[in-house]
Design a protein around this ligand. Sequence first.
Ligand code: XMP
Length: 308
Amino acid sequence: MLDPSSFIKESIDKIKKTIGDKKAIIALSGGVDSSVSSVLVSNAIGNNLTAVFVNHGLLREGEADYVKETFQNRLNLKYVDASNEFLDELEGVEDPEEKRKIIGEVFIRVFEREAEKIGADYLVQGTIAPDWIESDGNIKSHHNLALPHGMVLEIVEPIRELYKDEVRILGREMGLPDGIVNRQPYPGPGLAVRIVGKITRQKIEICRKTNAIVEEEVEKVGLDKTLWQYFAVLTNTKVTGVKGDMRDYGYLIVIRMVESLDAMTADVPKLPWELVKTISKRVTAEIPEVTHVALSVSDKPPSTIEFA
Ligand code: XMP
């Protein structure tokens, strides 16, 4: 059983010894793993850690402001709005794996620029136990990351032995807000894996607004406490609807809500019908580009949690 206060104390000592007065950098996403790692290392080495929060233009509604507000007084935070850089490179791309590859590459490019500016020697990562257990122990505790331009950063993984529930306990102990500690998992490539087909700025807006309605309604009825993930997917299908007396032609949205323990398998639970209807009514009333809302009822397997 994890004793959070002694874990924190021992980690801080270890990090101080490892990094000393050198500079470190971490990519902060606002997810619980990178948030806890950032605060832990910052408690050890203060402003010698720079936490870089990259806005790739595929964040959820209000996410950038929330992360900035939460961490700007706790960390040496560097906010980088690189959304145009990401979205320009994603233009016209349909294949989900290609989208992920581009986002990964642009992310490294943006992050590397920041690491060079800072003169970082260490890269802190929020790796947790399932990350390396699932990758066959591939991630070693002491390895170096060579970035494309020849920079070599020593890697520090302060929570690599912990499981998600333990990371949440640490987060609570360190005074992180509920919105961070209990945040639903959100994929690194963000809305890119929830927009089927080509990504455009208009589609991002539709997906973002729809997703915000789903999150708001799920949280209103308290189901966020039991669901693993709940979100909206913008399909590439346009369907006919009616607005007033006119036939209308708009997007088909799919709502997906799953229960899971580790994302390896997932079930769609029995959902309150009122919730589903409220979401559907709000989405079609508030987002003119959408004519139809469908509910996904497929478990994983055979489906994946994300659509792309
Ligand atoms: P799937 O869709 O494979 O997702 O059932 C399993 C879990 O992984 C998340 N996911 C990702 N996370 N980058 C990430 O950081 C990705 O490219 C990615 N794809 C899926 C997904 O949200 C779910 O929690």
